[in-house]
Design a binder for this molecule. Structure first.
Ligand code: HEC
Ligand code: HEC
Ligand code: HEC
Length: 465
């Protein structure tokens, strides 16, 4: 082969590679449209879209605290830097006013914006890709009938090379799957509806599934426990650390009301999920509960036995002076940290957590607490430091935050004691470090979910073990 032929071949190879990469990366822009008139959308479709948007947490992620609804700018922190959500009001200049339904659908399906730019998967389109065209149409109708807000996008804070959007194309090639969620004819329609919602719009796995080094969900460990905003999103499959196994009825109650007598109150990011679900049709929440109950599976007999023991322990009539206080001053108690922890618990916690007052206004007996049985103490530390602040205008469970009154060492000692006394798993490691981190992260998302006003009167379905 002559030199010139070799050069020509090499050139062809390079061109092929460039061509293939371009084909992979390049997406055409979709024509702009004039913002459609509000009246052009069927009110029923808009109403359906509102519910779907609630299930998809669109408003949470696209609204900054105290800011204009859906106008974007909310920081989503990732290990690679911070991505800001964008304005999805129908403002023509800074929002999606010029987007056709086809452009919106493409964003939901494949994470590409109207202009053809790849979007970061912090916008959970790896789940939204499973949403039907019909539901996308309803979401589009809902968004396009909101009040337009002028709010330019904020600059993302990502380090090189993560600030290079074309790279997202490679990520998609590896991790974006469009055809995973198929109806299962061996299951009933409620289960299938639940699967559609959980895997798609509700994107439960975005928080509850662990991620790999590239920030993609590890499918082989689906629902095995992930994280969100310095909170642990517990495993919601067979690996669940909940002391009492979850049932379909318990899930329904928890997702509907934000708490359950065997499991306590949803906090942090989960409180927002629950509060979003409150206007959603009960049938859809029931379907989610049905599907998620299947993820947990039926508990093994030893798990049922230990749950029974936990329940018996937790239901013991509260003693006037909590039992723990007797052992605090006992000279042969386990360790100094446990001693300190026990003393703090007896003085500051037991009056609410060992009482005959019912949940959610009293604290859960901590034998039942997933936070105390979880693989790490993050959520317990967040709760102890920041408590459960009262909600405006409604009666809600309240716990004081102890961040101002306790040192990291004291909270650490308390956690070590709680784990030893109420936990059902081996001791945690790096407890004090976790407390320091929780203090630093300022757990900005501490809110309890909004309880419906009828909470005290309506009898609660209590399930059998
Ligand atoms: C976990 C947070 C999160 C949730 C939940 C979320 N989004 Fe987003 N969304 C984002 C972020 C972040 C971006 C910007 C991504 C980027 O810049 O690459 C975005 C971008 C978008 C875009 C592209 C807008 C543009 O101008 O490029 C659309 C459309 C969108 N989201 C719609 C929705 C809808 C509809 C829902 C609910 C079904 C939703 N999002 C839920 C975080 C979220
Ligand atoms: C934005 C992140 C996020 C999303 C999305 C999310 N969760 Fe959660 N979830 C959490 C966190 C964090 C916790 C722990 C809350 C706590 O400590 O109170 C949690 C707790 C739970 C629990 C309680 C588990 C236990 O053992 O106590 C259940 C059940 C649950 N989530 C189900 C779901 C379902 C079903 C969905 C989808 C409809 C969902 N979650 C979506 C973050 C999330
Ligand atoms: C004024 C009453 C009150 C006091 C005092 C209080 N708590 Fe709570 N606590 C609550 C309420 C209400 C909840 C929400 C119901 C629930 O989930 O237990 C809660 C929740 C919790 C949870 C989450 C349980 C779970 O998994 O759902 C933990 C852990 C906790 N408290 C620990 C403590 C500790 C440790 C102290 C003492 C330093 C303390 N609490 C003091 C009322 C209180």
């Amino acid at each position: 082969m002559t030199i010139s032929m070799r050069i020509a071949l090499a050139l062809v190879a390079v061109l092929l590679i460039i061509g293939a990469s371009l084909a992979l990366v390049w997406r055409p822009a979709i024509e702009t449209i004039d913002p459609p008139a509000r009246q052009s959308f069927d009110p029923e479709l808009v109403k359906r879209g509102r519910q779907l948007a609630a299930i998809g947490n669109c408003t949470d992620c696209h609204t900054v605290r105290g800011g204009e609804q859906l106008a974007g700018g909310m920081p989503v922190r990732t290990p690679f830097g911070t991505v800001y959500s964008t304005n999805i009001t129908p403002d023509p200049e800074t929002g999606i006013g010029h987007w056709s339904e086809a452009a919106f659908r493409r964003a939901m399906n494949s994470g590409v914006d109207r202009a053809g730019q790849h979007l970061y998967p912090t916008f959970p389109y790896d789940h939204f890709t499973h949403v039907t065209n019909q539901d996308d149409g309803a979401l589009y109708a809902y968004l396009m009938t909101r009040r337009p807000v002028h709010a330019p996008a904020r600059q993302n804070q990502l380090s090189f090379p993560f600030d290079q959007r074309p790279l997202i194309a490679a990520w998609k090639l590896l991790y974006l799957r469009h055809d995973e969620v198929r109806p299962d004819s061996s299951k009933n329609s409620e289960w299938n509806r639940g699967a559609y919602l959980v895997e798609g719009l509700a994107h439960c796995g975005a928080c509850h599934t662990p991620r790999n080094a590239f920030g993609a969900e590890r499918k082989e460990a689906a629902f095995g426990g992930g994280e969100a905003d310095n909170w642990l999103a517990y495993a919601i499959n067979v690996q669940s650390p909940a002391p009492v196994p979850w049932t379909e009825q318990a899930l329904f109650t928890y997702l509907r009301r934000g708490w359950h007598p065997d499991h306590g109150v949803a906090r942090g990011p989960m409180a927002q999920v629950v509060s979003n679900l409150s206007p959603v049709d009960a049938d859809d929440v029931r379907a989610i509960a049905t599907y998620v109950a299947g993820l947990f599976g039926s508990p093994a007999s030893d798990r049922i036995r230990s749950a029974e023991a936990v329940r018996t322990e937790a239901n013991k009539a509260p003693t006037a002076a909590p039992q723990t206080s007797a052992s605090i001053f006992a000279p042969n108690a386990v360790s100094p940290a446990t001693n300190t922890g026990a003393a703090i618990y007896a003085a500051a916690c037991a009056s609410c957590h060992e009482t005959s007052r019912p949940l959610p206004y009293a604290g859960l007996n901590l034998h039942l607490s997933t936070a105390i049985s979880a693989p790490d103490p993050r959520n317990a530390a967040n709760t102890i430091l920041y408590g459960l602040p009262a909600l405006d205008d409604e009666r809600s469970p309240i716990m004081p935050g102890f961040a101002p009154s306790m040192t990291d060492a004291q909270v650490g000692a308390l956690l070590i004691y709680l784990r030893a006394h109420f936990g059902h798993e081996p001791a945690w490691s790096k407890v004090e470090q976790t407390v320091a981190q929780a203090r630093q992260a300022q757990a900005a998302f501490l809110q309890t979910s909004a309880d419906p006003p009828n909470i005290a009167t309506e009898p609660l379905p209590r399930d059998k073990p």
